[in-house]
Design a binder for this molecule. Structure first.
Ligand code: NCD
Length: 305
């Protein structure tokens, strides 16, 4: 394992498989893990809003017997006085054993990681990457489908700014016979650097379309995403694109019986609430898997057996 987790490609397939196995063991034997991190502290440094990621990191540490310090908004800390990410990280290192950081600027957790000796986990950096969401997604797919190879995954929505999709594409280059259908309007297609550096370099099979209906019958997994309003340069573009895809029960008519519908959440309106009762809707189970995989990751980065 690496010291930090900034990009999912720092993990080999063996690393990922070991984390998934460890999360499975935690699910089966939670009591055995209740004191593994006694006396340890996690610092959550969140410069951008979050519900699931921060709370699941914090729950993960508490369930391991550890404690949590941190801030949930840049305005609550000396960042608002102009302190650099590097100085904040060096300060927090005096108090904590591991840092989880979310930041609107791409690369900020990487900068922090270079300044401190304790592990730093990227909890989302701008439109770039979100490796622990991807670990969550991998655990979800593996538990729901029983495999991570041999499948067609449809990613639908904002593939330009959606960092969770970028990390998921990277991770799947580790598994055999995974094909992607990338479903987005022209303006929200995956960025050029992801196409060349991730898809082409990783030899990942993919096709692009703007039609969710046409893609649906092929899919084993449908990964829905919200249009990332906060990353748009102008509101008019957001308003024009925000309702491009809305998953309603009629759209599932030609879907596979064993389709798994994932969403990193938060949902705005891209999945109708009527879908929630469909057994193929995995997104709330996915939230819970996020806690277990973060428990496994914290243990691994802290070197706790
Ligand atoms: C995602 C994120 O922050 O990138 N949310 C999450 O961490 N579960 C997805 C999103 O905000 O749309």
């Amino acid at each position: 394992m690496t010291k930090d987790l900034i990009d999912i490609l720092q993990l080999s397939r063996d690393d990922i498989d070991a984390l998934i196995a460890k999360a499975g063991d935690i699910i089966d034997h939670p009591d055995a893990y209740a004191h593994k991190c006694d006396g340890k502290k996690l610092a959550t440094l969140f410069y951008e809003p979050s519900t699931r990621t921060r709370l699941s990191f914090e729950s993960a540490m508490y369930e391991l017997g550890g404690n949590v310090i941190g801030f949930s908004s840049a305005t609550d800390s000396s960042v608002s006085k102009g302190e650099s990410v590097a100085d904040t990280a060096r300060t927090v290192e005096c108090f904590a054993d591991i840092i989880a950081m979310r930041h609107p600027k791409e690369g900020a957790p990487y900068v922090a990681a270079g300044k401190v000796d304790i592990p730093v986990v990227n909890a989302g950096d701008g439109g770039h990457n979100h490796p622990t969401q991807t670990l969550t997604d991998l655990l979800t797919i593996s538990r729901e489908k029983g495999r991570l190879s041999d499948m067609v995954i449809g990613c639908c929505g904002d593939l330009k700014f959606g960092r969770t999709v970028h990390s998921l594409l990277e991770a799947m280059s580790r598994y055999e016979n995974v094909r992607f259908v990338l479903i987005s309007p022209e303006e929200l297609k995956i960025p050029e650097h992801v196409r060349t550096e991730v898809l082409e370099k990783g030899n990942i099979a993919f096709e692009e379309t703007d039609s969710l209906e046409n893609a649906m019958p092929k899919l084993d997994v449908l990964y829905m995403t919200r249009v990332q309003r906060e990353r748009f340069f102008n509101e008019a573009d957001y308003l024009r694109l925000k309702d491009t895809y809305i998953l309603t029960p009629d759209k599932l008519e030609h879907a596979k019986e064993d389709l798994s519908i994932l969403h990193p959440l938060p949902r705005v309106n891209e999945i109708s609430v009527e879908i929630d009762k469909d057994p193929r809707a995995c997104y709330f189970r996915q939230v819970l898997y996020g806690k277990y995989i973060r428990m496994a990751l914290i243990l691994s980065l802290l070197g706790v057996d």
